[in-house]
Write a protein that binds this ligand. Structure first.
Ligand SMILES: *[C@@H]1O[C@H](CO)[C@@H](O)[C@H](O)[C@H]1NC(C)=O
Ligand SMILES: *[C@@H]1O[C@H](CO)[C@@H](O)[C@H](O)[C@H]1NC(C)=O
Ligand SMILES: *[C@@H]1O[C@H](CO)[C@@H](O)[C@H](O)[C@H]1NC(C)=O
Ligand SMILES: *[C@@H]1O[C@H](CO)[C@@H](O)[C@H](O)[C@H]1NC(C)=O
Ligand SMILES: *[C@@H]1O[C@H](CO)[C@@H](O)[C@H](O)[C@H]1NC(C)=O
Ligand SMILES: *[C@@H]1O[C@H](CO)[C@@H](O)[C@H](O)[C@H]1NC(C)=O
Ligand SMILES: *[C@@H]1O[C@H](CO)[C@@H](O)[C@H](O)[C@H]1NC(C)=O
Ligand SMILES: *[C@@H]1O[C@H](CO)[C@@H](O)[C@H](O)[C@H]1NC(C)=O
Length: 347
């Protein structure tokens, strides 16, 4: 829990979208200095050439943890041409062998943040330690410089990288027949979309075997607003100005929020879940109703249930977007939920 304490100190700086939006909104609303300019709220600048500049002081990162701690971590190149890499976490245990592998995608609306963002890094150390798993977290390409499906491609590439056992930790300590694809916020969207794709590539991925997906407060949307999108006040974080901008900057050019990457229930395709069902994958979804994205998450849960996917929800009251990778008690809770859902693989 030391890790958590350290990272709480960084809370002021780190930039969980929610948190920042919430703080800034409440500061500015009072001062007749309110801004709903999402660029300002996110501390990014839109460049004429279509890229964005992420103002550095708001986006700190931490190096991997090589000394004694909950988990050891290291950064390994994934695809040098694309400048993608992975941060791998090994739990601090005497003889770690045959560890299940969690392949992870971080949040940030597809346009921001890093696996090395302090609270994410701390969350992943805790994940490795508490669940006794090897974690492979992907530094995928961000939009708008690289619009979707770039992030999906990178995470899929990471599955092949795990399969190839190119890394000595994966080779020595991991069990590639017990993989779980997991992500939070935009990362939850990535885990879902890549999971669907991967279910159609199982023969190519063998002997790597995916056992299911974990979607923590996944980021989805659609042109039609949900009740929670409309009714939660801006002060509860993640105002629509921000989520709309994130979709604008990340979806393929010309696409709107009814694109399948954004609105997963838009296309009625029970066929696409066929293999996932046959393989007995489990899909765990965690959410809470203080999150503007809540209704969309519940909608996805119900949709998957209707398609007879083995989906397990954990939907609680209150809180906010990002809480499960921020607050120690909630981190513990969500990891416990994951352990229960995947009890046959996780000890
Ligand atoms: C990283 O290592 C330091 C030194 O042992 C420790 O204080 C810190 O809690 C570790 N961080 C994590 C996230 O485990
Ligand atoms: C600022 O707004 C908050 C609620 O949004 C309110 O509780 C607080 O009293 C306000 N402060 C000032 C100085 O108006
Ligand atoms: C509005 O807020 C910004 C950022 O917090 C600050 O730099 C600026 O001085 C404020 N403007 C006014 C008129 O209060
Ligand atoms: C786009 O503009 C930014 C800001 O001027 C600059 O830093 C960046 O290198 C440019 N990128 C490309 C691909 O031209
Ligand atoms: C959006 O809402 C309209 C009006 O309620 C409805 O007719 C339409 O089917 C909805 N579209 C989607 C994609 O959910
Ligand atoms: C998103 O794109 C649409 C269509 O181009 C535009 O009307 C809207 O203002 C954009 N929203 C944001 C937040 O950039
Ligand atoms: C959508 O699903 C319904 C029932 O599940 C089916 O009758 C309909 O043909 C499907 N539509 C498409 C476009 O696949
Ligand atoms: C979520 O999972 C945790 C851990 O298993 C459990 O304690 C909690 O009751 C669950 N909450 C809901 C709303 O299902």
């Amino acid at each position: 829990m030391e890790a958590i304490k350290n990272s709480t100190k960084l809370l002021i700086f780190f930039f969980l979208i929610t948190f920042l939006a919430l703080k800034i909104q409440s500061q500015t609303l009072n001062q007749t200095n309110s801004t709903n300019d999402p660029y300002k709220l996110l501390h990014i600048i839109h460049n004429p050439n279509g890229t964005i500049t992420r103002i550095k002081e708001f986006y700190p990162t931490v190096p991997p943890n090589t000394s004694l701690s909950l988990a050891y971590s290291k950064d390994v190149s994934l695809n040098p041409k694309k400048k993608t890499w992975v941060r791998v976490y090994l739990p601090n245990r005497p003889e770690p062998i045959n560890l299940p592998i969690i392949v992870y995608a971080h949040g940030g609306g597809f346009i921001l943040l890093s696996t090395a963002t302090p609270n994410f890094d701390s969350f992943l150390s805790n994940t490795a330690s508490q669940l006794t798993v090897l974690v492979v977290s992907i530094e995928y390409r961000l939009a708008p410089e690289h619009r979707l499906p770039a992030a999906y491609d990178d995470v899929l590439e990471a599955l092949h990288w795990v399969k190839a056992k190119k890394d000595n930790w994966v080779k020595k300590y991991g069990d590639i027949s017990k993989c779980i694809l997991m992500g939070e916020s935009a990362g939850g969207n990535i885990a879902y979309t890549v999971g669907l794709r991967a279910s159609h590539l199982i023969n190519k991925l063998k002997p790597l075997d995916i056992r299911g997906l974990v979607l923590i407060q996944p980021f989805f949307g659609g042109i039609n607003r949900t009740q929670s999108e409309i009714s939660l006040p801006d002060s509860s974080g993640l105002p629509l100005a921000i989520t709309d901008l994130m979709w604008n900057l990340s979806l393929p050019l010309g696409a709107n929020r009814n694109h399948q990457y954004c609105n997963p229930i838009i296309k009625n395709g029970s066929k696409k879940f066929k293999i996932m069902k046959e393989l007995g994958w489990r899909v765990a979804i965690a959410g809470c109703d203080g999150d503007r994205l809540f209704d969309k998450q519940v909608e996805l849960y119900k949709y998957l249930k209707k398609q007879r996917v083995n989906v397990i929800g954990n939907f609680s009251k209150g809180d906010y977007h990002g809480v499960f990778v921020t607050e120690p008690a909630k981190i513990k809770m969500v990891l416990e939920f994951i352990r229960n859902v995947f009890s046959s693989y996780l000890s």
